[in-house]
Design a binder for this molecule. Structure first.
Ligand code: TYD
Ligand code: MG
Length: 462
């Protein structure tokens, strides 16, 4: 084996991970400016790399092609995970040999959720690798969570070769990496967190996962400025991308799958950050709606769907006269462009004068909603605030608003109505187009079919 390492330098876009041979100001792939950074690659010899998993049980180095009908599914039963929320988001448990990337902003609770998973999977041998925190810190967090287990190994290490050595020794059934940006492999010379390091380390774990059929969870940071390599590079490599989001100042956290090779990406899990770790929220509607003594203007309840799960959400609107110059429009938890569109529809099609008003929108609980079924509630909330007339607390809404001011149907209407009924609402406004195939007699809640915003306005505020 030659001792002189061949040193190769290339430029990587720190935003999208594209490799460039020379420096340019703008990455041709993602269009970002000033994101190219020179990184040193050291070419390893083929043999070095193969030794990496010499301890792995079943290295399938020479794969053979196989007929589709001969592939059995029964060989891969999913590993059941504790907790309904994570199970649902993963699509029914952990798939053996899968590589999962778990992203989120710093401080959101990624380490907490992963440690909780490690502690609660009691009959599985788990290796929790931390490159960020000391063993004592992890122990303290475990004490806080208050669950004990005797099969969870903690390893404080950042060198992947050493990690694989430990893996060979312990033979864990699940590996958790906290976080991928802190690791470095000896085969790449650039610093930890750079695109080539992150990609190379992830590739090593990808191979490990596939060759030994061991699931691997990797935590990845997301930073706005991209000082660490964005996990964008990783998203293509992994089987599942989980995203932990929410407002750090709120206690609720949303877990979504933005990519899932083994399940739907529509599902969402809700957690609440407590003093003793993350608690699952199984009845989100009851928590997201504030119980008020009196109805308040600007508040409207929407029956939305998050994936396959109906959820009632409180929307709040505040409309006031613009004090200076250009009116402000601001929105938390709802797309600002969609808000502008709804305001334009109200102005142009329905004749409500909102152009000179400041409009502020907030979705209670720090939740982000993408379901268009929330439109009607928002519009009614805006009108309610504008008129300063409250909407009765027993009323909710589930419909989209179109560009002509028409009220459009939404999917899974029965589920939305049932959820509203379950929570004690007495009236729900939905689109007339949702009438087909719907039997109102099945529900005790009063269903009001509407076509135009003016109709709803008339019924609510007279
Ligand atoms: P952490 O899991 O370290 O976040 P991440 O790994 O995503 O950076 O935890 C983030 C915050 O959660 C931290 O500020 C402390 C808080 N926290 C609680 O409120 N309760 C708890 O039981 C734990 C463990 C943490
Ligand atoms: Mg952490």
């Amino acid at each position: 084996m030659s001792t002189v390492a061949k040193v190769k330098k290339t430029f990587f876009c720190q935003s999208c991970g594209t490799q460039h041979n020379k420096w340019v100001g703008k990455c041709g792939s993602c269009g970002e400016w000033n994101t190219l950074v020179e990184e040193i690659l050291k070419k390893e010899t083929k043999n070095d790399r193969l030794q990496l998993f010499s301890a792995s049980k079943d290295p399938k180095i020479n794969n053979k092609s196989i007929l589709l009908q001969e592939i059995g599914l029964q060989d891969y039963p999913r590993i059941a995970v504790p907790g309904k929320e994570l199970t649902r988001v993963l699509g029914g448990g952990i798939v053996p040999g899968s590589l999962v990337l778990f992203g989120g902003e710093p401080g959101i609770g990624k380490s907490t959720l992963m440690l909780q998973l490690a502690l609660r999977l009691k009959n599985l041998k788990i290796l929790y690798v931390s490159g960020e925190e000391s063993e004592q810190q992890i122990k303290m967090r475990a004490e806080r969570i208050g669950v004990t287990t005797d099969l969870c190994f903690i390893l404080q290490e950042t060198n992947t070769q050493n990690i694989f050595q430990q893996i060979a020794e312990i033979e864990p059934q699940l590996v958790i990496i906290d976080s991928i940006q802190t690791l470095h492999t000896a085969y790449v010379e650039s610093s930890p967190g750079s695109v080539s390091q992150v990609r190379e380390c992830a590739a090593e774990f990808l191979r490990f996962a596939k060759e030994t059929n061991t699931p691997v969870f990797m935590i990845g940071h997301i930073t706005k400025e991209g000082s660490l390599a964005g996990p964008k590079v990783l998203e293509h490599m992994v089987d599942t991308v989980l995203q932990f989001e929410g407002d750090r100042n709120h206690i609720y956290r949303l877990l979504r799958a933005t990519k899932n090779r083994f399940g739907s990406t529509n599902e969402m899990g809700i957690y609440e950050m407590n003093g003793d770790g993350l608690r699952e929220v199984t009845n989100p509607s009851e928590i997201l709606i504030t119980n008020r003594e009196h109805a308040t203007s600007g508040v409207a309840i929407s029956a939305t769907m998050e994936g396959n799960r109906p959820m009632l959400i409180e929307t709040q609107a505040l409309v006031s006269s613009a004090a200076y110059g250009v009116p402000q429009r601001s929105s938390t938890g709802f797309d600002l462009r969609r808000l502008s569109m709804l305001l334009a529809v109200l102005e142009k099609r329905c004749g409500f004068k909102l152009a000179v008003k400041d409009v502020f929108i907030n979705i209670a609980g720090g939740i982000k909603v993408e379901d268009p079924g929330i439109d009607l509630a928002l519009v009614c909330g805006i009108l309610s605030s504008n008129e300063d007339l409250p909407i009765p607390q027993t009323v909710c809404f589930a419909a989209e608003v179109g560009l002509t001011g028409e009220i459009r149907p939404v999917n899974r209407i029965e589920q939305r109505i049932s959820e509203a009924q379950k929570l004690g609402f007495e009236k729900i406004f939905i689109s007339s187009f949702n009438k087909k195939g719907l039997n109102p007699k099945l529900f005790t809640i009063e269903i009001i079919f509407v076509n135009k915003i003016e109709e709803v306005f008339g019924m609510l505020f007279g």
